[in-house]
Design a protein around this ligand. Structure first.
Ligand code: PGA
Length: 255
């Protein structure tokens, strides 16, 4: 079965001392998280190198929050996939809703970032989710399908093996308002059906689909009951070791 992935998206938080203190606190208690679960932190770029040093040989994986679609060149401010690999990353987020909203990430650029990540040996976590208005207009399925195709259309099934999806309804991110387990499961099942149609049953069965949006220790167990939920992408609660570990330890199949 798909091993759960619990990922902490630190967004634009923390300097070196705070970042190192947080991973030290996570590592000190990591043994309390079931061994088959994968733990991942996604700090800002500036912390990747020092954290990579600290995490070497541990079960905590490292990833970045974005990448450029080119490997190198005159792109002031850009950070490329090979640079992230070099800094010790295994994973990278692509298409987080805050990137879509504040940085104009969409369409062809996202497809290129996804491919650039795969070409660099990174495992992209492709984020998608509807806004409140889109949900209220009954367009959730259509929006998710559009974002799915925007990033993934034309990818070979073999390449898809490296991709993780993250369903993050925009109205649930940082709002304290979580999707109900039923709402989340419904969206995840829809995405898995789309995976099957586009890439075949094997890929659909193997691909992890994370849920994100105000995940906390208190709601994680109920959310993870959904058979198509394969982990969590955690923002706010990932900034505290106790809160993040509470999610990572959440029992599966018991709300
Ligand atoms: P949140 O953020 O847990 O603070 O809602 C989730 C995310 O943006 O990945």
């Amino acid at each position: 079965m798909r091993p759960l992935l619990i990922a902490g998206n630190w967004k634009m938080h923390f300097g070196r001392a705070e970042g190192l203190a947080l991973v030290d606190a996570l590592l000190a208690e990591a043994a309390s998280v079931p061994a088959e679960r994968e733990l991942l932190v996604l700090p800002p770029f500036t912390l990747l190198a020092p954290l990579a040093e600290r995490l070497r040989g541990t079960r905590l994986r490292l990833g970045a929050q974005d990448l450029h679609w080119e490997a190198k060149g005159a792109y002031t401010g850009g950070v490329s996939g090979p640079m992230l690999r070099d800094a010790g990353c295994d994973y990278v987020l692509v298409g987080h809703s805050e990137r879509r909203l504040h940085f104009g990430d969409r369409g062809e650029a996202l497809a290129r970032k996804l491919r650039a990540a795969l070409n660099s040996g990174l495992r992209p976590i492709y984020c998608l989710g509807e806004s409140l208005a889109e949900r209220e207009e009954g367009r959730t399925g259509q929006v998710l399908a559009g974002q799915f195709d925007e990033g993934l259309a034309g990818l070979e099934a073999a390449a898809m093996r490296g991709v993780t999806l993250a369903y993050e309804p925009v109205w649930a991110i940082g709002t304290g308002r979580t999707a109900t387990p039923e709402t989340a499961q419904q969206a995840h099942a829809g995405l898995r059906a789309r995976l099957a149609a586009a890439f075949g049953e094997t890929i659909a069965r193997e691909t992890r689909i994370l849920y994100g949006g105000s995940v906390k220790a208190e709601n994680a167990a109920a959310l993870l009951q959904g058979p198509d939920l394969d982990g969590a992408l955690v923002g706010g609660a990932s900034l505290s070791a106790e809160a993040f570990l509470g999610i990572a330890r959440a029992p599966r199949g018991a709300a």
